[in-house]
Design a protein around this ligand. Sequence first.
Ligand SMILES: Cc1cc2nc3c(=O)[nH]c(=O)nc-3n(C[C@H](O)[C@H](O)[C@H](O)COP(=O)(O)OP(=O)(O)OC[C@H]3O[C@@H](n4cnc5c(N)ncnc54)[C@H](O)[C@@H]3O)c2cc1C
Ligand SMILES: NC(=O)c1ccc[n+]([C@@H]2O[C@H](COP(=O)([O-])OP(=O)(O)OC[C@H]3O[C@@H](n4cnc5c(N)ncnc54)[C@H](OP(=O)(O)O)[C@@H]3O)[C@@H](O)[C@H]2O)c1
Length: 490
Amino acid sequence: MESSRIKSVAIIGAGAAGAAVAAAFAAEDCFDKIRVFERRETAGGTWIHDPDPTPLLVPQPGALPTKIDPPLEAPRDLPTTAPPSSQERYEKTPIYEDLTSNVPSIAMSFSDARFAYGPFVPHWVVKQYIENYFSTHRLDSLLVLSTTVEDVTKLPSTPTGLDRWSLTLRRYDPVAHVDVWWKEDYDAVIFANGHYSVPYVPKVDGLEQYIQKFPGRVIHSKSYRSAFNFKDKRVLVIGNSASGHDITTALAKTATRPVYQSRRSASRWDGDKPPPGIEWKPIVKKYLPDGNIVFDDDSVLSDIDTVIYSTGYKASFPFWNSHTNGGPIWDYRQNRLIGNYLHIFLRDFPTLGVVGIPRTLTFRSFEYQAIALARVFSGRNAIPLPSKEEQEKWEEDRWKLVSRERRKFHDIPWDNDETVAYLDELFHLAGLPLLSGSGRYPPILDERTRWAIEHVKKYPEPDHDEDQEEENHRWTMVDPTSYKDSLHFI
Ligand SMILES: Cc1cc2nc3c(=O)[nH]c(=O)nc-3n(C[C@H](O)[C@H](O)[C@H](O)COP(=O)(O)OP(=O)(O)OC[C@H]3O[C@@H](n4cnc5c(N)ncnc54)[C@H](O)[C@@H]3O)c2cc1C
Ligand SMILES: NC(=O)c1ccc[n+]([C@@H]2O[C@H](COP(=O)([O-])OP(=O)(O)OC[C@H]3O[C@@H](n4cnc5c(N)ncnc54)[C@H](OP(=O)(O)O)[C@@H]3O)[C@@H](O)[C@H]2O)c1
């Protein structure tokens, strides 16, 4: 791609991924216009704390973002103003009061700025860090806050053959109490919109009726803010990843004991028996009309006051106009970006990029992804992208590999060295900046950082030699084939 072709770049989202992208693109010093559109009132993304989670989201078992987070219809002729939309957009974050980071600062933060302290910090330190990152790197002038990208539509190709993009934007005007709608066109767009905003609750026999019959009894962890709200309540937590673990542990101090935790598989931090005040259950088999909850081992719980589904999130791209752009961008059956290369490039859309999708180191990996994208989009990459056919083969091969190993397409584990190989690939793809100083160096991943990832643990782990692991799996009666990477909680 020649540098002269892409002049304007729109970035969707001002979380950590958006910050990394803004820094990388600005550093290339060859784009005339860079804008970071953020629907919230400030940068920070996931790390913004919304003490009030209302309106409470009523769980919709099995429902995907395509159903519960549909596109918002724009007025016909833009620019214009319209009555404010009341459609749920899942803008609030899941941050709870006592949440702290779970990856040591040396490995989680960007390579050019450490958190205020470490290794693990409260959520407000991370939020301040992201806000400061924008200002200390003089990227804050690129921010267009309180502005939602409602539609991204491909325009007819330019004479150079590259796709351009039309963005439909909406900003609530709090003085006039109207939504202001307008359009802007860009040569390239980078999605840094995160994927932990639309909660997912699995389909379970009788759950839908249970939710209707007992309003407010079932919530998603996205709405959880403090264990204090569950004082003396009988609580069942579903899920055993970071949210399920944190919430169950906190509830064991305030709720009626035992707090029940339903696990589908064991985590690395699980020993052979639950911690005091917690009772493990297998997955739920069915919810009965009388309020009883039946588990896979046919045990039954009665009189549960609250069920907290800590079953994660689904990526959502309501702004992607699948109608005009020739199809969807995300495959919900396979949980992956359609037509991607290295989790960031899109084969059929060379002027589109995505940062923040792979489940691996967060901020630090966003940096590699962003620098690689910026270098390719600036036309200065030392290593050109492979042909479309080779990119397609990469995607097919990865799909075969993860299917064989029963993994998820975008999960990049640490223990099998896949993370290091991935970062190394992006490191080489990005190549060096210019001698004049334009562009960023991809960061190194030195011994100290790797050591910290492997040895500085927020969640203490019991002994993990293989015999012990097998023993644990026999004891816990959960899916014994589910191997957990040492960074599986990220
Ligand atoms: C509860 C919780 C705790 C976590 N703890 C850790 C941790 O300890 N360590 C760790 O490494 N990771 C953690 N993570 C993962 C976390 O998501 C990443 O650390 C990181 O913040 C993701 O950054 P992001 O920029 O990709 O996404 P986000 O932080 O979600 O940012 C995306 C931004 O895009 C904006 N946006 C979305 N759509 C639009 C639109 N259409 N128009 C305009 N703006 C839009 C959003 O408002 C948001 O600000 C946690 C996640 C959660 C949910
Ligand atoms: N900093 C922190 O301390 C902190 C706290 C909370 C969250 N987070 C972050 O937030 C993000 C989301 O984490 P999360 O814990 O909310 O979600 P998650 O990591 O996606 O975990 C979802 C959990 O739900 C279980 N699950 C999914 N579908 C299920 C089903 N049909 N039946 C039973 N169980 C099911 C999963 O079981 P399996 O494991 O068997 O798949 C898993 O335990 C992650 O990035 C995480 O790191 C961080």
